[in-house]
Write a protein that binds this ligand. Structure first.
Ligand SMILES: Nc1ncnc2c1ncn2[C@@H]1O[C@H](COP(=O)(O)OP(=O)(O)O)[C@@H](O)[C@H]1O
Ligand SMILES: CC(C)(COP(=O)(O)O)[C@@H](O)C(=O)NCCC(=O)O
Ligand SMILES: [K+]
Length: 236
């Protein structure tokens, strides 16, 4: 049984991977005797991660931190400085590449930041974008202007705004939708029979997924990437 840990800028997530399945992990009551290895990825800061790694060490369990490499099996990274690419983005690419073989993909991880990564059907990462996440987009405006205000009850909708919270929230949503549309252009899917699989993950992934027909939401995308990373990096 593997303990998989993904530390983002807002939260730490962990699952237990056993018999090809993810089970929720109770961090206060982990089944250490059954855990064979810990595989983790971290783009944030986390004292909780340090504590978990210390507990694993106490139980003599091997821990592996996922890293970005120029290539992994048939997948290649667009960055010149590969270590600058967020590991969560690389793991989303690994998951997309493995779960959708020979299929062009756009991986969208909508958390604190929204990242959009473009992957060809041949496994070439063409690059991507980092946008403020939906909450950061709205809070940066409410915090830096006098008159732009938000409220709790206004949803994010793909519509014109007719009051301030509406204009603010909908603006953040359509900016994000527009970026995903731009990503498609880099795969030449317009005016062609090529298809692209758009995969959403992260706290706002389910909301965004509803805006794109044929797209999917996979809350475990980064976890699956972590699991594949460990398997693939053993054999490469
Ligand atoms: N149902 C939800 N569950 C968790 N986070 C959500 C949800 N809906 C919106 N969010 C927002 O998603 C962000 C957290 O997403 P997450 O993918 O966990 O981030 P990170 O990977 O950066 O830690 C926060 O801005 C949070 O407000
Ligand atoms: C862009 C990110 C902050 C996204 O992190 P998250 O929203 O999941 O917390 C993370 O992938 C990161 O720190 N990236 C490093 C810069 C880069 O990818 O180029
Ligand atoms: K993200």
């Amino acid at each position: 049984m593997r303990l998989l840990i993904d530390v983002g800028n807002t939260s730490l997530k962990a699952v237990l991977w056993h018999n090809q399945q993810a089970q929720p992990a109770d961090l206060n009551n982990l089944p250490w005797p059954q855990i064979t290895e810990v595989v983790y990825a971290c783009v944030g800061r986390s004292d909780l991660l340090k504590k978990l790694l210390a507990q694993a060490a106490k139980h003599h369990i091997a821990c592996y931190e996922a890293t970005v490499t120029k290539t992994l099996q048939g997948l290649s990274c667009a960055y010149e400085q590969v270590s600058n690419l967020g590991i969560d983005r690389w793991l989303a690419l690994i998951a997309g590449f493995t779960l959708h073989p020979n299929q062009a993909c756009i991986l969208v991880d909508a958390g604190t930041a929204t990242t959009i990564d473009v992957l060809t059907s041949e496994g070439q990462h063409l690059g991507g974008w980092i946008l403020p996440g939906l909450d950061l987009m709205t809070s940066s405006l409410t915090q830096n202007t006098q008159r732009v205000f938000d409220d709790e009850k206004t949803p994010f909708e793909n519509q014109l705004g007719k009051n301030t919270p509406n204009g603010l929230k909908n603006g953040a949503l359509v900016a994000t939708i527009g970026a995903v549309e731009q990503a498609k252009l880099h795969l030449g899917v317009q005016n062609s029979t090529k298809t692209v699989q758009i995969v959403f993950a992260g706290g706002y992934g389910a909301l965004l997924q509803q805006q794109f027909e044929g797209s999917i939401f996979d809350s475990l995308l980064v976890m699956k990437g972590l699991n594949f990373w460990r398997d693939l990096s053993k054999t490469s």
